[in-house]
Design a protein around this ligand. Structure first.
Ligand code: FEO
Length: 395
């Protein structure tokens, strides 16, 4: 846990979780994470913006004690997920006068998740203001980044925007302020895994932020952005419709047939000037895979058949891609089977949320033959041609 004065009236409490390696038992956290709270002191009232993960009660309450917070008037909840709201019940016990300030949707979720009673809430709506005395908190409802209740809190006098998950990064670090050259990958990993499925909303909320007078973005994971232009610019790129001349190939093979097809495709794409990022699903970091599909123009999923359906790793990758909904323009599938297969149908079912054009599949019975090699080469040619049409591969 570390305490940092961002200004005379705003203090960051950054509870580091150095050793956490999975979020939701799903998302890899190679560099841990942090849960940030922000203490905003006005002349009349004191508010804490966001709490911390349930497992970090000693750290958060210890920080508040170190800051001599005898009375807490408000706990602002920007997001009901447990890594930020999990300690609100403990804070309400410690500070019996405190009210939870949040929107109606979040209020219902906090009640469902943490049994916070009605009388402890102070409900706000979009644009409402809370006056702390010399410092105000203004609330902006920003749904679906990444839950339906998410919101931002702006302190106009400090030109500071508290965005909770949005613009954050899963990174345990002693750095208080983000160094733009160093935070890019962690921020992209976070965007890919958490925000990418909500790209249209991301764009809308970025526009709102850009219309405000914001000098500091203070997220509740990772370092603070003292110059928001870097992170806002990166989010604009990632959430734009622009794609890169790249093909991502998540792949798995059992007896080598699909492996040979993947190698053929990789070489054929490279020959045609297309960049390739293969990910062997048995060993790949799924966070790296998620990052790769943020702006790749094409994804080709390669998986053989086990019994009648796709190899479970192929099924898993299809489910992951369908959930993350990258902006990729083309999706293809290749692989092999022994005697029969429903693999394409089953993977397609999970990939359905991707609104990308489908490439002709190459799915072969037995080992890849010369005809298979030609079909793979044709697929590479088709991808290169489409990338040229998009203007991302020179003619
Ligand atoms: Fe950091 Fe959606 O919680």
């Amino acid at each position: 846990m570390s305490i940092h004065k961002l200004s005379e009236n705003v203090t960051a409490i950054m509870v580091q979780d150095w050793d956490r390696r999975l979020f939701d038992e799903l998302i890899p956290l190679p560099h841990g994470t942090s849960y940030n709270s922000y203490l905003v002191r006005g002349s009349a009232k004191t508010a804490l913006v966001d709490a911390a993960d349930t497992s970090k009660e000693a750290e958060l309450t210890g920080a508040l004690a170190a800051l001599a917070v005898k009375k807490l008037d408000y706990v602002v909840c920007n997001h009901a997920e447990g890594d930020h709201a999990g300690l609100i019940p403990a804070l309400l016990v410690r500070y019996p006068e405190a009210k939870v300030v949040t929107n109606e949707k979040c209020k219902g979720m906090l009640h469902d998740l943490f049994f916070i009673p009605e009388e402890r809430f102070h409900a706000i709506g979009d644009g409402d203001t809370l006056d702390l005395g010399g410092r105000r908190l203004v609330f902006h409802i920003a749904p679906w980044v990444h839950w339906p209740e998410t919101m931002f809190t702006l302190c106009p006098e400090e030109r500071t925007l508290f965005t909770c998950d949005f613009l954050g990064s899963h990174l345990a670090t002693s750095q208080v302020l983000a160094r733009p050259g160093e935070i890019g990958d962690e921020a992209k990993r976070y965007y890919a895994q958490i925000m990418m499925p909500f790209r249209p909303l991301v764009k809308r909320h970025l526009e709102w932020i850009q219309a405000q007078d914001v000098g500091t973005v203070a997220p509740s994971h990772g370092p603070v952005h003292a110059d928001p232009s870097f992170i806002v610019g990166r989010y604009r790129d990632w959430s734009s419709d622009d794609v890169k001349n790249e093909v991502v190939i998540p792949w798995i093979s059992m007896h080598g047939s699909t492996d040979r097809m993947v190698k053929r495709l990789v070489d054929a794409l490279i020959e045609r000037g297309v960049e390739v990022k293969p990910f062997r699903l048995t060993t790949a970091d799924l966070g790296e895979l998620a990052m790769a599909v943020v702006d790749a123009a094409t994804i080709v999923l390669a998986a053989p058949t086990v019994l009648i359906g796709p190899h479970p790793q192929g099924l898993y990758a299809a489910a992951l891609l369908g959930a993350l909904k990258p902006k990729t323009r083309h999706v293809g599938m290749i692989g092999s089977y022994g005697w029969g297969s429903k693999a394409l149908e089953q993977m397609e079912g999970l990939l359905a949320p991707l609104k990308a054009e489908r490439l002709p599949p190459v799915y072969v019975k037995g080992a890849p033959s010369e005809a298979t090699n030609k079909a793979i080469d044709d697929l590479a040619g088709e991808i290169a041609s489409r990338h040229r049409s998009l203007g991302i591969l020179p003619a």
